[in-house]
Design a protein around this ligand. Structure first.
Ligand SMILES: Cc1ncc(COP(=O)(O)O)c(C=O)c1O
Length: 418
């Protein structure tokens, strides 16, 4: 692949580094790899053939409805209800061009620059940059523990940062950006008790809980995933207002290149995001791909693909965990995630993962995400995020071996000092 002149995702992750003698194994990469993207071509070929044979060109090539094609939303609702194991109403769905666009749209349309955005620490590293650098928003880090964002800390931060009586352009005084199912980077899910507590806080302080539900369908326990946060914002509650938005994507369960996703939200939120001027100008954010996906969903192609990749990823998560537990050169603390792409490992507190990454890339040919880049406060310096999504079993084994070699070299240079 030709190297592009500007910085891009693949360059960041060293994918262009094609030095024959020392290719970098990208344990950083949170995208499907060759073996899990395999099959997409057949799905898209077949759904394109069926769709274009049957569909009227004056509709499929036209601007799409602002919320998305009704047939697509119905099929999506059926698919999600079955995979989540609890009901999704198509009236609560809109189509997006992926989770990144869902975040950008929501944050830019619903909030002003000055609005506080409470962000889990650690979180998805690029989201920090989108909110802080692209949108110039006021990011407030909130500590997490093994159960996700800490409600008491969130309440304290809200009380401190949300100015009573301040004007906002929506009913929401602020946004909380979080992941409660198979999170990025920690791979953890939040308990039902804590989810209820978060919803309670959101209602009390008029917060929008923006949840990234991008890994939920990659559950490796053979059961449905833990319910998404929106499940706890129950319409039957006396104090229900609709405070949760669920941001989903086909990137992790099919292919990032198709740029298709969805937002699931109560009516008062959908009214704001689906009926904004951006939607008015461009219509549905990816109408054509949504029509192809409607066919893939109707034919059961996506379900079949999902079941296939889930078993590959489940096996690989076991493999990664076992490899790390075997002769790791320094004490390592990690839990095996029950779903998603990422395993979070805590190395000794004196270790600086930035220096380790440098040794990993330059001397051993392996990369990973360093903890401090996932942290709005640049904490977690001794932690690393490893991905199971991109490397096949063999590459994963070599990658972990290289990681262990890099740790040994780090130790020989820095000893216990760093
Ligand atoms: C939490 C989170 N949100 C969004 C994305 C990007 O999703 P999409 O390809 O749908 O824009 C990722 C990918 O790594 C992610 O982990």
């Amino acid at each position: 692949m030709a190297k592009q002149s500007k910085r891009d995702l693949f360059e960041d992750l060293e994918l262009y580094n094609e030095k024959e003698d020392n290719p970098v194994i990208p344990l950083a990469m949170g995208a499907p790899g060759t073996d899990t993207i395999s099959g997409c071509k057949e799905i898209l070929l077949e759904s394109t053939r069926i769709t274009l044979t049957n569909e009227d060109e004056k509709y499929i090539f036209q601007y799409g409805p602002m919320k998305g094609d009704p047939d697509f939303l119905d099929e999506l609702a059926r698919f999600l209800s079955s995979e989540y194991g609890n009901d999704v109403d198509s009236d609560n769905l809109m189509a997006t061009a992926g989770a990144t666009q869902g975040l950008h749209l929501t944050a830019s349309v619903m909030f002003d620059r000055s609005t506080p955005v409470f962000v889990e620490d650690p979180t998805y590293f690029i989201a920090i940059k989108i909110l802080r650098e692209d949108l110039g928003m006021n990011i407030i880090p909130v500590p997490t523990d093994g159960d996700g964002i800490i409600p008491e800390a969130l309440e304290t931060a809200i009380k401190e940062k949300v100015i009573a009586g301040s004007e906002t352009k929506t009913p929401f005084k602020g946004m909380v950006y979080l992941m409660t199912t198979f999170s990025n980077p920690r791979g953890i899910s939040t308990s039902p008790e804590r989810c209820r507590r978060l919803v309670h806080l959101a209602r009390k302080y008029d917060m929008l809980l923006f949840t990234e539900d991008v890994y939920n369908l990659l559950s490796y326990t053979g059961t449905c995933p833990p319910p998404r946060l929106m499940f706890y914002d129950d319409k039957n509650d006396d104090d229900f207002k609709g405070n949760v938005l669920s941001n989903g994507t086909f990137s992790k369960i099919l292919a990032p290149g198709i740029r298709l996703g969805w937002i699931e939200a109560p009516e008062r939120i959908l009214e704001l995001v689906a009926k904004c001027n951006t939607s008015w100008s461009g219509g549905c954010f990816n109408h054509y791909a949504s029509r192809l996906m409607t066919t893939a969903l109707k034919q059961g192609m996506l379900t079949k693909h999902l079941h296939k990749i889930r078993s590959i990823y489940a096996r690989r998560m076991n493999l990664l965990y076992d490899l790390l537990c075997e002769d790791f050169p320094v004490p390592i603390v990690c839990e095996k995630p029950k779903g998603g792409f990422f395993l979070w490992a805590e190395l000794p507190s004196s270790l600086d993962s930035k220096l380790l990454l440098q040794i990993g890339i330059e001397k051993h040919g392996v990369n990973f995400i360093i903890g401090s880049s996932t942290s709005p406060t640049e904490s977690y310096k001794n932690c690393i995020r490893l991905s199971i999504s991109f490397c096949d079993d063999e590459k994963l084994k070599r990658g972990v071996q290289k990681l262990k070699d890099a740790v040994r070299e780090y130790q020989s240079i820095w000893g216990q000092d760093k």
